[in-house]
Structures are given as structure tokens and as C-alpha cells.
Design a protein around this ligand. Sequence first.
Ligand code: FE2
Ligand code: FE2
Length: 284
Amino acid sequence: MITLDDFQPWLDIDSLNHVMAEACREATASPKALYLFMQRYVRYGRNFSFAVPILSGIIGSSHLFQDPTHPIPAHAERSMDLGAKIFTAAVEEFIDPRTNVSHRTLSYGLLDKLAEYANLPNAEIQEISQSGAWLSSLLKQVQIAYQGQPDDLESLVRAIGFHVATETVGDNEFSIINSVIFSQQRDRSFGQFIRNSKLNFPQGTVSPWYWIVVHGTLDTKGVEQRHSADAFSALNDVVQYSSASETQVIEWAGQGFAEFAHIQTTFFEQVQREVRNSMTALAA
Ligand SMILES: [Fe+2]
Ligand SMILES: [Fe+2]
């Protein structure tokens, strides 16, 4: 059975966690630094959210996944079952069950509150949202990494590998953000601000920080735990339902892991640099 251990050669989780924590620390420098960091993070996550259902649909359209134990080969296609295990990661992105709005709307709700905390006028928010050109090429890379061809098993497995890495390390990234930005500042002004703020939706009222913690924290398993388990299950289904060996699947998926490590490291290093530079410019 394929597990996270099989991908040690492609992804150094400790060093990635370190890069993420360092960027979060930079974000705590000031309310404006925090807004800038989170604005970039929301934009970065945006592309993952709609790439997931596209990949699950492409897998669903493929004829490459067949159950070899089924007595009637013409009825053995299992693509949709495999695609479903990718699709589960998209469900809350579209509809969070507690608030009935998308995760994207929740993320913008957090940005609304962070802008209020930083006392940013609309013109400045607009300026920040229109800057950050460095993100464009990374977002393109995310889109490409999630692309697979229905008749090309290697490309599909590579994309599934990228997805598995995203869902597995996604747990870490939200819990690191929660720990460095919120938990360690619980008693400072930011912690108090968040605890006194609410976001109201027709279906329910939540903390603006809900979008972060719903994915998982150091103490709680959020939605990412199931996403990760399902993504690994999809990878193991590839071994069961295709002609590729387990070793071959690990090799192809490993390329997706490596691509994820590269993109994720680049994002957190670049956002740290941008936040630092903008704070230095303000101080000058
Ligand atoms: Fe999400
Ligand atoms: Fe997820």
C-alpha cells in the first residue's frame, strides 16, 4: 500500500514546514504585514480550489481505470469511483456545511476583517490586490501541475501525486498559520480582535478565523485529514485499477510531490520577501 513514507525522497516536510513558519512570523510584524501575507495566501489557494474538481472530472472521463477482477470486462470501468476520491476535497471549497458559503467567501471574510484591523482604506486594498505580479507564474504552475490527459496514465498519476501532496501538507500549512499568527498572539491585540469579531452568513455566524481552523490545527483534525486519506486511497486505486505497478505509480506521483514542494517553497519564500520589503519601504 502506498503511504506518505514512500514520498520521503521527493518532499522534505520538515524543511517545508520551516519555510512556512518563517513566512508566518514575518507576517506578524504589523497589521498591514498580516493583511498583505493573507491576501497573497488567499490568492495562492484560489487556484487549487477549482483545479481539484477539474482533475476529478478528467479522471472520470478516462477509460484507463478498470477492475481486473470483474467477470465482464466491458462493465469493469471504475474511473468515477477513483475521481470521487479526488472530488471529496472540493466539496467544502464550494459549500462549507456550517455556513453554506464557499471557502473562498470565508477567506474574503477574513480579509475584510484583517483590512479593518490594519485600518486600510479601500484604495490601498485595491493597490495591494493589483500588485504582487510574482504570483502569476506560480499560479500558472499550479494549474499545469493539476492537469492530466484522460488517455495518458503517467500525466494523471503525476497530477494525483500533486493533489495528494497538497492535501497532506495542507493540514500543516493551516495549523502553522494558526499557531504562529493566532495562538502565539492570543493575548495580544490581534488575538483579542479576532475573538471579538464575527462573520455573519444567512446560515450561521462564525469567527473570521474559522476559515483557517476548519482545515485543521495542531490539536484538531480538520477537513484536510479526510481529503488526504481519500487522495491516498485514489493513488492506491490506480494500482488496483490500471496496468501500472505500485513502484511505477510511486515514481510518477513522486514527480507531483516534487513539483508541489517546489511551488509551495517558492510561494512562502517569495511572500516572506515581499512582506519584508514592503515593511522596510514603510519604515524608510
Ligand atoms: Fe478550503
Ligand atoms: Fe483540502
